[in-house]
Design a protein around this ligand. Structure first.
Ligand SMILES: Cc1ncc(COP(=O)(O)O)c(C=O)c1O
Length: 474
């Protein structure tokens, strides 16, 4: 962008390559059109325009539009946009060393980050780290580790799970077929069981966690006797709060049940906290609420508040068995990202982020439960769920997958597909970014963990107004 700024003196200009040389777009709208023309159609977007600035709970577009951000860039900017301490740590690191390649030497931020994360690990056995760039890479690394360490090939993931879009993680992803359409053959050796979510078992939303757990563990035992023998099974991978699948916290008994099966058969338990970690679901890591010990813990997103960084944590006793060179990557554990992550860990403690998560979570649940209790809206709202500030509302639909067999399908009320995206669109029109998720009609709330009471109220009001309008228009 620098030559563009130097030539035009205006931020909104961008080069448009033409046969005869460079031409420049001259407005925010033109730059947006330029993007539409030149950025792959394989990338979807929920808003028009170009995001130019972020501060705390708000983002600003080039055309001046300001939005309250209840997406955090899909659960990443947990401490708000451009947290001053985090941005400063990264800027300072840029003046020291930007690329200290991890296979050439240690970098100080990499090691300082481990010092800061060790006390936050959900189990004291988790003491050996490898940092990569993205969540999907962390998943790929975990697959490799599980296969090397057990000498077995198969991996069990959950129906509804999302683990990424690269080849190994895509094969484990079972939330939507659109992630793997026309990609076959996928990585072989992947099996799945239903996550303990009522939809996955064809049960109503009122199904108790004990029943959902029993059903899922029963399917796991069947799978291990009918499709993948424990002798061939390297790992079970689970998001302790199902993300893309609809924002469903796993019952403690289910996680304990998975641990017991893994212990019985020498299978590794991989806990994917790429989205639910770093306070998002109410504790540093959601798994700590169950007391279950992961063999491999995956993290990313909130770890560096927007700088690309992911982590694979395991036991030294296990990682000592990996041959040097079996893990690596040119940009893995970049020192600028690690310096930012050190500042995130400090701010997290100094600013008592978890206390705010508890308070704002109560406020958000109260607002959403209030809508669910409203008799004019009640028939349209199936469920309010989540943990901490990883919260969802699910709307009723007469056209959900398998609606004819699903006890949650509304009786005597026709609700067309797309209610969640209509509500999210209204919120966007009213100045708040909100995402949908899953194959069901779900909107997800992922506000900054340090959001103020006032901004949370503003977001809840915008949402309530949007739901009312969509119901009126239905
Ligand atoms: C639970 C989980 N695992 C893995 C990923 C993949 O992470 P990334 O998009 O950084 O590759 C995601 C992304 O949303 C996720 O939510």
């Amino acid at each position: 962008m620098l030559p563009i700024l130097a030539r035009s003196g205006r931020l909104v200009r961008s080069p448009l390559l033409q046969r005869g040389g460079l031409r420049y777009t001259s407005s925010a709208a033109a730059l947006n059109d330029f993007g539409k023309h030149h950025v792959t159609n394989g990338l979807g977007r929920i808003t028009e325009g170009v995001m130019a600035k972020g501060s705390g709970s708000y983002v600003e577009y080039l055309d001046g539009k300001k939005m309250l951000d209840f997406t955090c860039g899909i659960g990443v900017t947990n401490l708000g946009h451009c947290h001053p301490k985090v941005s400063k740590a990264a800027a300072d690191q840029c003046m020291n060393i930007v690329h200290a390649q991890c296979s050439i030497a240690f970098s100080e931020p990499y090691l300082r980050l481990i010092e800061k994360l060790l006390p936050a690990m959900p189990h004291s056995s988790l003491d050996s780290f490898f940092f990569w760039n993205s969540g999907t890479e962390a998943v790929e690394g975990a697959i490799k580790m599980a296969r090397i360490l057990t000498g077995r090939q198969n991996i069990i993931s959950m129906q509804g799970a999302y683990h990424g879009r690269t080849y190994g993680s895509m094969a484990l992803t079972k939330s939507k077929t659109s992630y793997s359409d026309r990609q076959a053959p996928l990585m072989p050796g992947v099996f799945s069981i239903p996550f303990p979510f009522w939809h996955q078992h064809g049960l109503p939303p009122s199904a108790p966690p004990s029943v959902l757990t029993e059903q899922s563990l029963y399917q796991l035992h069947l799978l291990l006797s009918q499709q993948t023998s424990p002798k061939d099974t390297a790992a079970i991978i689970v998001e302790p709060v199902l993300g893309e699948g609809g924002y469903i916290p796993a019952p403690k008994e289910f996680l304990e049940g998975l641990r017991a099966v893994c212990d019985q058969y020498g299978i590794l338990l991989i806990i994917d906290e790429v989205q639910s970690g770093f306070g998002r679901a109410g504790s540093w890591f959601f798994i700590e609420q169950s007391g279950v010990k992961p063999d491999i813990l995956l993290m990313a997103k909130g770890l560096a508040n927007g700088f690309p960084l992911s982590g694979i944590v395991s036991r030294k006793e296990l990682t000592d068995k990996l041959a040097p060179g079996s893990m690596g990557g040119t940009y893995a554990g970049n020192p600028v990202s690690c310096a930012a992550a050190c500042a995130v860990a400090d701010a997290f403690r100094e600013e008592k982020i978890l206390d705010n998560v508890q308070a704002r979570s109560k406020q958000l649940f109260a607002a959403l439960d209030g809508l669910k209790d409203d008799q004019t809206l009640a028939p349209y709202i199936l469920d309010v769920r989540g943990s901490g500030l990883m919260v969802a509302m699910e709307f009723a639909s007469s056209e959900a997958p398998g609606a004819a067999f699903d006890p949650s399908t509304p009786k005597g009320l026709s609700v067309k597909k797309g209610m969640a995206s209509r509500v999210a669109k209204k919120c966007i029109e009213k100045g708040m970014l909100l995402l949908t998720t899953s194959v069901y009609e779900v909107v997800r709330f992922i506000p900054p963990l340090n959001i103020s009471e006032e901004d949370m109220k503003k977001g809840c009001d915008i949402f309530a107004e949007s739901v009312r309008e969509v119901v009126r228009e239905s």
